[in-house]
Design a protein around this ligand. Structure first.
Ligand SMILES: N[C@@H](CCC(=O)N[C@@H](CS)C(=O)NCC(=O)O)C(=O)O
Length: 214
């Protein structure tokens, strides 16, 4: 039995959950798992982060490792193309999105979402690095209609959860959404949002966020 652990507000948990739903996997959800540095939690997920996956007595952390494991273990409904270069392109897109965009923008989240101000130096540094990540992404996106081309891939699951969050954070921090120069982005995200798995995960995220505010 597969059990995905995390919480509905986490973009990395949501990426993994969408991928599992799109692959048609049966799984349980523990959506009450918060990140922690408590020793008993670290025994399950060594960085204390979520998501993590429990599978047949083993525990696997890191959303990308989890998704690639599921891709290997359950290849019936693939989220990667067959062609090796196209597969690498999907991974390349995910690295741009997660390492060079989301992880960079994450340094702003405390400031813009939780009123924990960052220095002007950090804001400027993030802006510079983000511009590079977005420029790289721009060279690779296809929107035809999916981000890597004609097939839905794991890169769409990543794009759907990370890019709107980054767009919002940059709008709040700088007054401009970093994706403002990519007019295809909005209709593309809206198109993904029509798919049942994406819609369901997005609804659960919104409900969890609303519950947090009350
Ligand atoms: N590289 C990790 C990132 C996961 C991550 O950053 N999760 C956040 C929640 S969205 C978390 O657990 N943060 C707590 C922490 O960093 O200690 C993955 O892909 O799973």
């Amino acid at each position: 039995m597969l059990r995905l652990c995390g919480f509905h507000i986490s973009n990395y948990f949501n990426k993994t959950r969408i991928a599992m739903m799109e692959k048609g996997l049966e799984f349980e959800l523990d959506a009450n798992c918060r990140p922690s540095q408590a020793p008993e939690f670290l025994a399950r997920t060594p960085m204390g982060k979520i998501p993590f996956l429990e599978t047949d007595g083993a525990v696997l952390s890191e959303s990308q490792a989890i998704c690639e494991y599921l891709e290997d273990a359950y290849p019936q409904k693939p989220l990667y193309p067959r062609d090796p270069l196209e597969r690498a392109r999907v991974r390349e897109l995910i690295i741009y999105i997660e390492l060079h965009i989301e992880l960079v923008a994450r340094r702003l989240y405390g400031d813009v979402f939780f009123k924990r101000p960052v220095s002007e130096e950090t804001r400027e540094e993030v802006k510079k690095q983000l511009a590079k990540g977005v420029r790289a992404l721009q060279t690779r996106v296809k929107f035809a209609p999916y981000i890597a081309g004609a097939e839905l891939t794991l890169a769409d699951c990543a794009a759907f959860v990370h890019l709107p969050l980054v767009g919002l954070a940059t709008k709040l921090a700088y007054g401009d959404d970093v994706f403002a120069g990519m007019p295809q982005m909005k209709p593309y995200l809206a198109m993904l949002g029509e798919r049942p798995a994406f819609r369901r995960v997005n609804e659960d995220r919104k409900a969890a966020q609303a519950a947090m505010k009350t």
